[in-house]
Design a protein around this ligand. Structure first.
Ligand SMILES: Cc1cc2nc3c(=O)[nH]c(=O)nc-3n(C[C@H](O)[C@H](O)[C@H](O)COP(=O)(O)OP(=O)(O)OC[C@H]3O[C@@H](n4cnc5c(N)ncnc54)[C@H](O)[C@@H]3O)c2cc1C
Length: 595
């Protein structure tokens, strides 16, 4: 049975020693009241909820799954009670607008808590995170009367939210979508069509579900320009906010899938369902990007959260499992030594640790930018945060989901055959984390977004700012010189290959597609390298000051060394693959794939 323990010491390291979140809150408008003690107390309570309530439900959700009967979906035993506790204790309201019942705390605090939920129970956590995305989208794009009517019950956790983009014939390519919206005399719309793969599309956790649906208004142009965004409640809502009758939305079935069994993945049929336009007609995809971008950061945390859980399980096991003799021998009185003493087991554990802790640094740094986006005092700071976050989001989503998958596979490997069976929880982690590379835009789509919209479109301006910042840090860092140099070399590689792509993509139009995944991974390795160098620099300062937590800071320094020596060099391989061009993929004809 896996045991999850919230990594509170490491969270403190990132929020206090690396990012100084309390200091950062002082510089934001409306967040000044959140001091260190309050922050730590909230994290401690979140840790207890994750450890004591959600983690025990994780295997229950996996084994029971969700059940569909005549259009109704029941979630696994215990899920509804945990959701009620989550809502009643104000977790959903934490960082939401007080004008609609929220507590007004900074978004980064919500992200810290979200990591705990993802590690403890990914499937369960999605019901709340999708509701959070719906709240953000309504807050930004709904008019005031809609906000007054729909936000308070969402924030109170009485209603939940979904994102409805995908249709059977349209996943990555949303321009193909067919769901229709017919204008009605009262200004609302009748929505008809079928959506599939809708997470949390139907369940028994809340009294109503608000679907945020992409559809095409009759007569709108084809392609993404013709798409609008609608709010479609499962049960209609009267003007005074009370529930009306069932709307024309039904759940046709749920998917039987590899992982996240506790989350209902639904086919939703809309049959003249009454809905409300959010934002401007024809700008629906833009509006939905509020939801999509938030969800991409959440998916990054799901990947990182799984890396953390897999590392915890593998580390505990590796300390106890005795197999073969190590060099030198460790336990002469025992028939064998613990497997943690073997170099290759250490390679696996250190890889997991480097991903779990490095991913935490990256995702909290992104969360800090989300704070600035909403609460910075000047427009210039908000714009700067927006540009940086736009660059980092695909890297965080893509790299933390890929590294989460790798860490999960290593979790199984450290356990040997015991990892392959259900009992220890490692195989559930590997099944659950798999979806993170696929949904919210596959990682190929993240790579394409990164190169085309975030790097080439602005001629590398934001990227070059980031790279210069990292190069400056390599000069100023207190980490061992060898580590500064290792990162500086790979940053030069990142800069060089970006310039090369910028020059070459006009002459080879297939190059961007051929490079997308490798460029994403190269960027991810380098960015996590930056965070590890920052961690090593903090650790060096603490060690020099004679910190009483010697093992903790030595662990940071040595994990940084491991990462920069053994994982960061993979960036060079990705550079070589990019430079190999597109012909080795494209010259083989479709017919020649046949055997
Ligand atoms: C468990 C689960 C939950 C989900 N939850 C939701 C949800 O809540 N709401 C929602 O709307 N959707 C949801 N989805 C859908 C998910 O977002 C899509 O599955 C995903 O975006 C990919 O779309 P697709 O499956 O149609 O694959 P396709 O788009 O058909 O892609 C197939 C393959 O082709 C590749 N590909 C496509 N275009 C290109 C290109 N231009 N260049 C290179 N490669 C390309 C893809 O990367 C992929 O490898 C969920 C899916 C699952 C499985």
């Amino acid at each position: 049975m896996p045991i999850y323990q919230a990594p509170q010491r490491d969270i403190h390291f990132v929020v206090h020693e690396l990012l100084d979140l309390p200091g950062h809150y002082q510089r934001l408008q409306g967040c000044e009241a959140l001091d260190r003690e309050t922050l730590d107390a909230i994290v401690e309570q979140g840790a207890r909820f994750a450890e004591e309530v959600l983690a025990p439900l994780n295997p229950v959700g996996d084994q029971h799954g969700c059940q569909w009967l005549d259009g109704q979906v029941s979630t696994p035993p215990g899920f509804a009670e945990a959701y009620r506790q989550y809502a009643d204790n104000g977790w959903l309201a934490l960082d939401k607008d007080p004008a609609y019942g929220g507590q007004g705390l900074p978004p980064s605090l919500g992200y810290v808590i979200n990591e705990l939920l993802c590690s403890a129970n990914h499937a369960w956590s999605m019901y709340g995170s999708l509701t959070g995305g719906a709240i953000s989208t309504l807050s930004e794009h709904a008019d005031e009367p809609l906000k007054q009517r729909f936000l308070p019950p969402l924030i109170a956790g009485r209603w939940s939210g979904t994102m409805c983009l995908t249709e059977a014939h349209c996943g990555s390519d949303l321009g193909l979508l067919r769901t229709r919206a017919q204008p009605l005399a009262d200004g609302s719309y009748a929505i008809s069509g079928s959506k599939m793969f809708i997470s949390a599309g139907e369940h028994d956790l809340t009294e109503n579900i608000l679907h945020l649906v992409l559809a095409r208004i009759e007569g709108a142009p084809s392609g993404v320009k013709g798409i609008s965004l609608f709010l479609v409640p499962k049960i209609t809502v009267k003007a005074d906010g009370s529930l009306g009758t069932a709307n024309g939305v039904s759940c046709g079935s749920i998917e039987h899938k590899q992982g996240i069994h506790g989350n209902a993945t639904c086919v939703l049929n809309f049959d003249n369902a009454n809905g409300y336009l959010l934002g401007q007609a024809g700008h629906g995809l833009n509006a939905m990007f509020t939801f999509i971008n938030e969800s991409r950061l959440t998916v990054a945390q799901q990947g990182q959260g799984h890396a953390e859980a897999a590392f915890q399980g593998a580390l505990r096991y590796a300390r106890e499992r005795l197999q073969m003799r190590a060099t030198p021998r460790q336990l002469p009185g025992q028939p064998a030594d613990p497997i943690i003493a073997h170099p290759d087991v250490r390679r696996m554990l250190l890889t997991q640790k480097a991903y779990a802790e490095g991913g935490r640094m990256l995702s909290y740094a992104c969360a800090q930018l989300v704070d600035q986006l909403h609460h910075a005092s000047s427009a210039a700071e908000r714009t700067a945060a927006e540009h940086r976050l736009a660059l980092l989001t695909p890297i965080a989503k893509g790299f933390l989901s890929e590294s989460g998958n790798e860490a999960a596979q290593l979790g199984i490997q450290v356990f040997g055959g015991h990892g392959f069976i259900r009992e220890w929880g490692m195989e559930q982690i590997a099944r659950d984390v798999r979806i993170t590379s696929i949904y919210e835009g596959t990682n190929t789509i993240q790579g394409l977004d990164l190169i085309t919209r975030k790097v080439l479109a602005d001629n590398g301006t934001e990227l070059n700012k980031l790279l210069t910042e990292i190069e400056d840090f390599c000069q100023a860092s207190r980490a061992p010189v060898e580590l500064n140099q290792l990162l500086a070399e790979q940053i030069a590689t990142w800069r060089e290959v970006s310039n090369w792509l910028n020059q070459q993509h006009d002459t080879d139009p297939r190059l961007v597609g051929a490079s997308a995944f490798d460029y994403l991974m190269l960027a991810g390795y380098c960015l996590i390298g930056y965070h590890w160098l920052q961690a090593a620099s903090v650790a060096e300062r603490q060690l020099a000051a004679g910190s009483g937590e010697l093992e903790f800071y030595l662990g940071k320094r040595e994990t940084a060394r491991f990462y920069l020596r053994r994982l960061l060099p993979r960036a060079t391989l990705h550079q070589q693959l990019i430079k190999s061009g597109s012909a080795n993929l494209m010259d083989i004809s479709d017919a020649a794939f046949a055997r």
